[in-house]
Design a protein around this ligand. Sequence first.
Ligand SMILES: Nc1ncnc2c1ncn2[C@@H]1O[C@H](COP(=O)(O)OP(=O)(O)OP(=O)(O)O)[C@@H](O)[C@H]1O
Length: 367
Amino acid sequence: MEPITKEAVLKALSYVEEPDLGKDLVTLNMIEDVQIDGRRVSFTVVLTTPACPLKQLIHDACERAIHTMVDKDAEVVIVMTSRVTTMRQNRDLLPGVKNIIAIASGKGGVGKSTVTANLAIALAKTGAKVGLVDADISGPSMPLMFGVMNERPHVFQGPDGKNLIQPIIAHGVKLMSIGFLAPSESAIVWRGPMASSALKQFITEVDWGELDYLLLDMPPGTSDIHLTMVQTVPVTGSLIVTTPQKVALADAEKGLQMFRLPQINVPVLGIVENMAWFTPAELPGNKYFIFGEGGGVALAEKHQVPLLGQIPLVQTIRENGDLGTPAILQENTPAAAVFAQLAEELARQVSIRNAVAPKTNIVEMKS
Ligand SMILES: Nc1ncnc2c1ncn2[C@@H]1O[C@H](COP(=O)(O)OP(=O)(O)OP(=O)(O)O)[C@@H](O)[C@H]1O
Protein backbone atom coordinates (compact mmCIF):
# COMPACT_ATOMS: atom_id res chain seq x y z
CA MET A 1 0.00 0.00 0.00
CA GLU A 2 1.41 3.39 -0.99
CA PRO A 3 2.00 5.89 1.81
CA ILE A 4 -0.45 8.79 2.03
CA THR A 5 1.21 12.12 1.30
CA LYS A 6 0.33 15.67 2.27
CA GLU A 7 0.35 16.58 -1.42
CA ALA A 8 -2.26 13.93 -2.20
CA VAL A 9 -4.46 15.19 0.64
CA LEU A 10 -4.20 18.80 -0.54
CA LYS A 11 -4.85 17.73 -4.13
CA ALA A 12 -8.04 15.93 -3.05
CA LEU A 13 -9.17 18.91 -0.98
CA SER A 14 -8.58 21.23 -3.91
CA TYR A 15 -11.63 19.54 -5.47
CA VAL A 16 -13.85 20.58 -2.55
CA GLU A 17 -15.60 23.84 -3.25
CA GLU A 18 -16.90 26.35 -0.71
CA PRO A 19 -20.34 26.63 -2.33
CA ASP A 20 -20.98 30.25 -1.31
CA LEU A 21 -17.57 31.57 -2.25
CA GLY A 22 -17.31 29.56 -5.46
CA LYS A 23 -13.66 28.52 -5.00
CA ASP A 24 -11.97 25.45 -3.58
CA LEU A 25 -10.87 25.20 0.03
CA VAL A 26 -7.16 25.08 -0.77
CA THR A 27 -7.27 28.19 -2.96
CA LEU A 28 -9.25 29.95 -0.23
CA ASN A 29 -6.53 29.04 2.33
CA MET A 30 -9.11 27.27 4.42
CA ILE A 31 -7.02 24.13 5.02
CA GLU A 32 -4.44 24.16 7.78
CA ASP A 33 -2.36 21.77 9.82
CA VAL A 34 -2.44 18.71 7.54
CA GLN A 35 -0.92 15.72 9.33
CA ILE A 36 -0.44 12.16 8.20
CA ASP A 37 0.13 9.27 10.54
CA GLY A 38 0.01 5.97 8.64
CA ARG A 39 -3.57 5.67 7.31
CA ARG A 40 -4.76 8.49 9.58
CA VAL A 41 -5.24 11.88 7.93
CA SER A 42 -6.02 14.95 10.01
CA PHE A 43 -6.44 18.58 9.07
CA THR A 44 -8.24 21.75 10.09
CA VAL A 45 -10.86 23.53 7.99
CA VAL A 46 -10.96 27.24 8.80
CA LEU A 47 -14.44 28.55 7.99
CA THR A 48 -15.21 32.23 7.47
CA THR A 49 -17.67 32.29 10.39
CA PRO A 50 -18.50 30.02 13.31
CA ALA A 51 -22.15 30.47 12.27
CA CYS A 52 -21.50 28.81 8.90
CA PRO A 53 -24.68 26.99 7.81
CA LEU A 54 -22.60 24.79 5.48
CA LYS A 55 -20.31 23.44 8.20
CA GLN A 56 -21.58 19.85 8.04
CA LEU A 57 -21.79 19.86 4.26
CA ILE A 58 -18.18 21.03 3.91
CA HIS A 59 -17.01 18.53 6.53
CA ASP A 60 -18.69 15.65 4.70
CA ALA A 61 -17.39 16.79 1.30
CA CYS A 62 -13.80 16.83 2.68
CA GLU A 63 -14.17 13.35 4.12
CA ARG A 64 -15.58 12.07 0.82
CA ALA A 65 -12.75 13.66 -1.16
CA ILE A 66 -10.10 11.90 0.94
CA HIS A 67 -11.92 8.57 0.72
CA THR A 68 -12.45 8.73 -3.04
CA MET A 69 -9.17 10.33 -4.12
CA VAL A 70 -6.61 9.33 -1.48
CA ASP A 71 -7.55 6.15 0.36
CA LYS A 72 -11.02 4.64 0.83
CA ASP A 73 -9.99 3.20 4.20
CA ALA A 74 -8.23 6.26 5.63
CA GLU A 75 -9.23 7.43 9.07
CA VAL A 76 -10.13 11.08 8.51
CA VAL A 77 -10.10 13.51 11.44
CA ILE A 78 -11.32 16.99 10.59
CA VAL A 79 -11.23 19.90 13.00
CA MET A 80 -13.78 22.54 11.97
CA THR A 81 -12.82 25.99 13.20
CA SER A 82 -13.34 29.55 12.00
CA ARG A 83 -11.72 32.93 11.54
CA VAL A 84 -14.31 35.59 10.75
CA THR A 85 -13.33 37.53 7.65
CA THR A 86 -13.38 41.28 7.21
CA MET A 87 -13.15 43.69 4.30
CA ARG A 88 -11.93 46.50 6.54
CA GLN A 89 -8.29 47.32 5.90
CA ASN A 90 -7.56 50.76 7.25
CA ARG A 91 -9.13 50.54 10.67
CA ASP A 92 -8.59 53.93 12.30
CA LEU A 93 -12.06 53.81 13.73
CA LEU A 94 -13.13 50.78 15.76
CA PRO A 95 -9.86 48.97 15.08
CA GLY A 96 -10.84 45.65 16.66
CA VAL A 97 -14.17 45.36 14.87
CA LYS A 98 -14.29 43.13 11.81
CA ASN A 99 -17.84 43.63 10.56
CA ILE A 100 -20.42 46.32 11.29
CA ILE A 101 -24.01 45.54 10.39
CA ALA A 102 -26.72 48.20 10.47
CA ILE A 103 -30.19 46.86 11.19
CA ALA A 104 -32.95 49.13 9.99
CA SER A 105 -36.64 49.25 9.32
CA GLY A 106 -38.56 51.99 7.66
CA LYS A 107 -41.51 51.75 10.02
CA GLY A 108 -41.44 51.60 13.81
CA GLY A 109 -42.78 48.67 15.77
CA VAL A 110 -42.04 45.98 13.18
CA GLY A 111 -39.84 44.11 15.64
CA LYS A 112 -36.43 45.42 14.58
CA SER A 113 -35.13 45.46 18.15
CA THR A 114 -36.52 41.99 18.87
CA VAL A 115 -34.86 40.60 15.75
CA THR A 116 -31.57 42.38 16.51
CA ALA A 117 -31.41 41.17 20.13
CA ASN A 118 -32.08 37.58 19.10
CA LEU A 119 -29.62 37.78 16.23
CA ALA A 120 -26.84 39.14 18.43
CA ILE A 121 -27.31 36.39 21.01
CA ALA A 122 -27.64 33.73 18.29
CA LEU A 123 -24.31 34.80 16.75
CA ALA A 124 -22.65 34.86 20.18
CA LYS A 125 -23.97 31.34 20.85
CA THR A 126 -22.08 30.07 17.79
CA GLY A 127 -18.86 31.32 19.37
CA ALA A 128 -18.57 34.64 17.54
CA LYS A 129 -17.53 37.80 19.40
CA VAL A 130 -20.53 40.10 19.18
CA GLY A 131 -21.32 43.69 20.13
CA LEU A 132 -24.60 45.52 19.90
CA VAL A 133 -25.31 49.23 19.80
CA ASP A 134 -28.85 50.21 20.62
CA ALA A 135 -29.04 53.45 18.68
CA ASP A 136 -32.81 53.53 18.72
CA ILE A 137 -33.18 56.99 20.14
CA SER A 138 -36.94 56.87 19.65
CA GLY A 139 -37.25 54.21 22.34
CA PRO A 140 -34.20 52.23 23.34
CA SER A 141 -35.41 48.77 24.30
CA MET A 142 -32.21 46.71 24.57
CA PRO A 143 -31.69 47.19 28.33
CA LEU A 144 -35.15 45.67 28.85
CA MET A 145 -34.66 42.87 26.32
CA PHE A 146 -31.27 41.95 27.82
CA GLY A 147 -32.53 42.23 31.40
CA VAL A 148 -30.00 44.94 32.33
CA MET A 149 -32.35 47.86 32.97
CA ASN A 150 -30.59 48.98 36.12
CA GLU A 151 -27.02 48.68 34.96
CA ARG A 152 -24.91 51.67 34.04
CA PRO A 153 -21.71 51.35 32.04
CA HIS A 154 -18.46 52.52 33.64
CA VAL A 155 -16.25 55.10 32.03
CA PHE A 156 -12.51 54.73 32.37
CA GLN A 157 -9.38 56.28 30.97
CA GLY A 158 -8.01 54.40 27.96
CA PRO A 159 -4.27 53.92 27.26
CA ASP A 160 -4.09 57.20 25.30
CA GLY A 161 -5.73 59.21 28.09
CA LYS A 162 -9.12 59.39 26.36
CA ASN A 163 -12.24 58.32 28.18
CA LEU A 164 -13.69 54.98 27.11
CA ILE A 165 -17.07 53.46 27.99
CA GLN A 166 -17.12 49.86 29.18
CA PRO A 167 -20.01 48.03 27.51
CA ILE A 168 -22.39 45.91 29.59
CA ILE A 169 -22.01 42.19 28.89
CA ALA A 170 -25.32 40.33 28.80
CA HIS A 171 -26.16 36.91 27.30
CA GLY A 172 -22.65 36.80 25.82
CA VAL A 173 -23.04 40.12 23.95
CA LYS A 174 -21.25 43.42 24.60
CA LEU A 175 -24.07 45.92 24.77
CA MET A 176 -24.23 49.70 24.60
CA SER A 177 -27.59 51.43 24.70
CA ILE A 178 -28.58 55.02 24.65
CA GLY A 179 -31.11 53.83 27.25
CA PHE A 180 -28.26 53.45 29.79
CA LEU A 181 -27.98 57.23 29.79
CA ALA A 182 -31.32 58.02 31.33
CA PRO A 183 -33.98 56.29 33.38
CA SER A 184 -36.42 54.46 31.13
CA GLU A 185 -39.44 56.48 32.21
CA SER A 186 -37.96 59.83 31.14
CA ALA A 187 -38.36 60.24 27.42
CA ILE A 188 -35.23 61.52 25.76
CA VAL A 189 -35.80 63.91 22.94
CA TRP A 190 -32.78 63.72 20.73
CA ARG A 191 -32.60 65.98 17.77
CA GLY A 192 -30.44 66.33 14.68
CA PRO A 193 -26.78 67.10 15.36
CA MET A 194 -27.00 66.34 19.08
CA ALA A 195 -28.34 62.88 18.37
CA SER A 196 -25.74 62.28 15.69
CA SER A 197 -22.82 63.25 17.88
CA ALA A 198 -24.16 61.28 20.86
CA LEU A 199 -24.58 58.24 18.65
CA LYS A 200 -21.14 58.57 17.19
CA GLN A 201 -19.70 58.76 20.68
CA PHE A 202 -21.74 55.73 21.62
CA ILE A 203 -20.22 53.68 18.90
CA THR A 204 -16.64 54.91 18.74
CA GLU A 205 -15.76 55.69 22.37
CA VAL A 206 -16.58 52.25 23.64
CA ASP A 207 -14.03 49.65 24.68
CA TRP A 208 -15.27 46.98 22.26
CA GLY A 209 -12.05 45.01 22.15
CA GLU A 210 -12.03 42.40 19.39
CA LEU A 211 -15.41 41.86 17.73
CA ASP A 212 -16.42 39.67 14.80
CA TYR A 213 -19.79 41.38 14.41
CA LEU A 214 -21.05 44.69 15.71
CA LEU A 215 -24.78 45.09 15.17
CA LEU A 216 -26.29 48.58 15.08
CA ASP A 217 -29.96 48.76 15.98
CA MET A 218 -30.87 51.90 14.06
CA PRO A 219 -33.77 54.18 14.89
CA PRO A 220 -36.84 53.55 12.73
CA GLY A 221 -37.24 55.74 9.67
CA THR A 222 -34.86 57.35 7.24
CA SER A 223 -33.77 60.60 8.83
CA ASP A 224 -30.60 62.71 8.76
CA ILE A 225 -29.49 60.77 11.80
CA HIS A 226 -29.38 57.62 9.71
CA LEU A 227 -27.38 59.30 7.02
CA THR A 228 -24.87 60.69 9.50
CA MET A 229 -24.57 57.37 11.23
CA VAL A 230 -23.83 55.28 8.21
CA GLN A 231 -21.46 57.93 6.93
CA THR A 232 -19.60 58.11 10.23
CA VAL A 233 -19.25 54.42 10.88
CA PRO A 234 -17.76 52.10 8.25
CA VAL A 235 -20.75 49.81 7.85
CA THR A 236 -20.12 46.45 6.15
CA GLY A 237 -23.75 45.91 5.21
CA SER A 238 -27.31 46.44 6.29
CA LEU A 239 -30.27 44.28 7.16
CA ILE A 240 -33.84 45.47 6.63
CA VAL A 241 -36.60 44.28 8.94
CA THR A 242 -40.19 44.51 7.77
CA THR A 243 -43.56 42.92 8.35
CA PRO A 244 -45.64 41.68 5.39
CA GLN A 245 -48.01 44.61 5.83
CA LYS A 246 -48.21 47.07 2.92
CA VAL A 247 -47.39 50.17 4.97
CA ALA A 248 -44.35 48.46 6.52
CA LEU A 249 -43.14 47.23 3.13
CA ALA A 250 -43.39 50.70 1.60
CA ASP A 251 -41.27 52.10 4.45
CA ALA A 252 -38.83 49.19 4.28
CA GLU A 253 -38.34 50.00 0.61
CA LYS A 254 -37.44 53.59 1.53
CA GLY A 255 -34.92 52.24 4.05
CA LEU A 256 -33.43 49.94 1.45
CA GLN A 257 -33.14 52.77 -1.06
CA MET A 258 -31.47 54.98 1.54
CA PHE A 259 -28.62 52.49 1.92
CA ARG A 260 -28.24 52.43 -1.82
CA LEU A 261 -27.91 56.21 -2.21
CA PRO A 262 -24.60 56.98 -3.94
CA GLN A 263 -23.30 58.96 -0.93
CA ILE A 264 -24.16 56.08 1.41
CA ASN A 265 -23.47 53.03 -0.75
CA VAL A 266 -23.89 50.38 1.91
CA PRO A 267 -24.82 46.95 0.51
CA VAL A 268 -28.12 45.52 1.66
CA LEU A 269 -27.26 42.02 2.90
CA GLY A 270 -30.86 40.91 3.12
CA ILE A 271 -34.41 41.34 4.31
CA VAL A 272 -36.08 39.75 7.31
CA GLU A 273 -39.84 39.37 7.34
CA ASN A 274 -40.99 39.54 10.94
CA MET A 275 -44.48 38.61 12.09
CA ALA A 276 -44.70 36.70 8.80
CA TRP A 277 -47.62 34.69 10.17
CA PHE A 278 -49.25 33.96 13.50
CA THR A 279 -48.94 30.49 14.99
CA PRO A 280 -50.94 29.79 18.16
CA ALA A 281 -49.15 27.68 20.80
CA GLU A 282 -51.96 25.11 20.84
CA LEU A 283 -51.91 24.70 17.04
CA PRO A 284 -48.20 24.74 16.12
CA GLY A 285 -48.86 23.55 12.57
CA ASN A 286 -51.24 26.39 11.74
CA LYS A 287 -50.29 29.65 10.06
CA TYR A 288 -52.53 32.71 9.98
CA PHE A 289 -51.30 35.48 7.73
CA ILE A 290 -52.72 38.34 9.72
CA PHE A 291 -50.48 41.03 8.21
CA GLY A 292 -50.77 39.66 4.66
CA GLU A 293 -48.73 37.08 2.83
CA GLY A 294 -45.71 37.13 0.53
CA GLY A 295 -44.72 40.78 1.07
CA GLY A 296 -41.16 40.01 2.15
CA VAL A 297 -40.59 37.66 -0.79
CA ALA A 298 -41.91 40.25 -3.24
CA LEU A 299 -39.74 43.03 -1.79
CA ALA A 300 -36.65 40.79 -1.88
CA GLU A 301 -37.34 39.84 -5.48
CA LYS A 302 -38.01 43.38 -6.61
CA HIS A 303 -34.70 44.64 -5.20
CA GLN A 304 -32.74 41.45 -5.80
CA VAL A 305 -31.68 40.97 -2.20
CA PRO A 306 -31.96 37.69 -0.33
CA LEU A 307 -34.85 37.11 2.05
CA LEU A 308 -32.81 35.84 4.98
CA GLY A 309 -35.65 34.63 7.13
CA GLN A 310 -39.32 34.71 8.06
CA ILE A 311 -40.06 35.03 11.76
CA PRO A 312 -43.55 34.04 12.91
CA LEU A 313 -45.58 36.09 15.36
CA VAL A 314 -45.36 33.98 18.50
CA GLN A 315 -46.50 34.98 21.95
CA THR A 316 -43.34 33.68 23.63
CA ILE A 317 -41.14 35.91 21.45
CA ARG A 318 -42.89 38.94 22.95
CA GLU A 319 -42.95 37.50 26.46
CA ASN A 320 -39.31 36.49 26.50
CA GLY A 321 -38.30 39.89 25.14
CA ASP A 322 -40.13 41.61 27.97
CA LEU A 323 -38.56 39.26 30.52
CA GLY A 324 -35.02 40.08 29.42
CA THR A 325 -34.39 36.54 28.16
CA PRO A 326 -34.90 36.64 24.36
CA ALA A 327 -36.49 33.66 22.59
CA ILE A 328 -33.16 32.40 21.21
CA LEU A 329 -32.20 31.42 24.77
CA GLN A 330 -35.13 28.99 25.05
CA GLU A 331 -33.32 25.85 23.87
CA ASN A 332 -35.10 23.46 21.48
CA THR A 333 -38.02 25.74 20.69
CA PRO A 334 -39.18 26.56 17.14
CA ALA A 335 -38.64 30.29 17.81
CA ALA A 336 -35.02 29.72 18.87
CA ALA A 337 -34.43 27.59 15.76
CA VAL A 338 -35.77 30.33 13.48
CA PHE A 339 -33.44 32.94 14.99
CA ALA A 340 -30.45 30.58 14.93
CA GLN A 341 -31.05 29.97 11.23
CA LEU A 342 -31.40 33.69 10.56
CA ALA A 343 -28.05 34.32 12.29
CA GLU A 344 -26.41 31.71 10.06
CA GLU A 345 -27.88 33.27 6.94
CA LEU A 346 -26.70 36.74 7.97
CA ALA A 347 -23.18 35.52 8.79
CA ARG A 348 -23.15 33.76 5.45
CA GLN A 349 -24.01 36.96 3.59
CA VAL A 350 -21.28 38.84 5.47
CA SER A 351 -18.74 36.19 4.45
CA ILE A 352 -19.87 36.36 0.82
CA ARG A 353 -19.69 40.15 0.93
CA ASN A 354 -16.16 40.02 2.34
CA ALA A 355 -15.06 37.54 -0.31
CA VAL A 356 -16.35 39.53 -3.25
CA ALA A 357 -15.90 43.12 -2.01
CA PRO A 358 -13.54 44.99 -4.26
CA LYS A 359 -10.92 46.03 -1.72
CA THR A 360 -10.43 49.41 -3.38
CA ASN A 361 -14.04 50.43 -2.78
CA ILE A 362 -13.67 50.61 0.96
CA VAL A 363 -13.78 54.11 2.30
CA GLU A 364 -12.88 54.39 5.94
CA MET A 365 -13.48 57.73 7.57
CA LYS A 366 -11.23 59.01 10.30
CA SER A 367 -12.75 59.97 13.64
N1 LIG B 1 -42.10 37.78 16.01
C1 LIG B 1 -42.69 38.34 17.06
N2 LIG B 1 -43.64 37.66 17.76
C2 LIG B 1 -44.27 38.24 18.82
N3 LIG B 1 -44.03 39.49 19.23
C3 LIG B 1 -43.10 40.21 18.58
C4 LIG B 1 -42.38 39.68 17.46
N4 LIG B 1 -41.52 40.63 17.04
C5 LIG B 1 -41.69 41.69 17.84
N5 LIG B 1 -42.64 41.47 18.76
C6 LIG B 1 -43.14 42.39 19.79
O1 LIG B 1 -43.60 43.57 19.10
C7 LIG B 1 -43.27 44.74 19.83
C8 LIG B 1 -42.44 45.68 18.97
O2 LIG B 1 -41.21 45.04 18.75
P1 LIG B 1 -39.84 45.84 18.78
O3 LIG B 1 -39.76 46.75 19.96
O4 LIG B 1 -38.77 44.85 18.59
O5 LIG B 1 -40.03 46.69 17.46
P2 LIG B 1 -39.13 47.83 16.81
O6 LIG B 1 -39.31 47.74 15.36
O7 LIG B 1 -37.75 47.78 17.35
O8 LIG B 1 -39.84 49.09 17.37
P3 LIG B 1 -39.28 50.60 17.44
O9 LIG B 1 -38.00 50.64 16.71
O10 LIG B 1 -40.36 51.39 16.83
O11 LIG B 1 -39.10 50.85 18.91
C9 LIG B 1 -42.56 44.27 21.10
O12 LIG B 1 -43.51 44.18 22.13
C10 LIG B 1 -42.07 42.87 20.73
O13 LIG B 1 -41.98 42.02 21.86
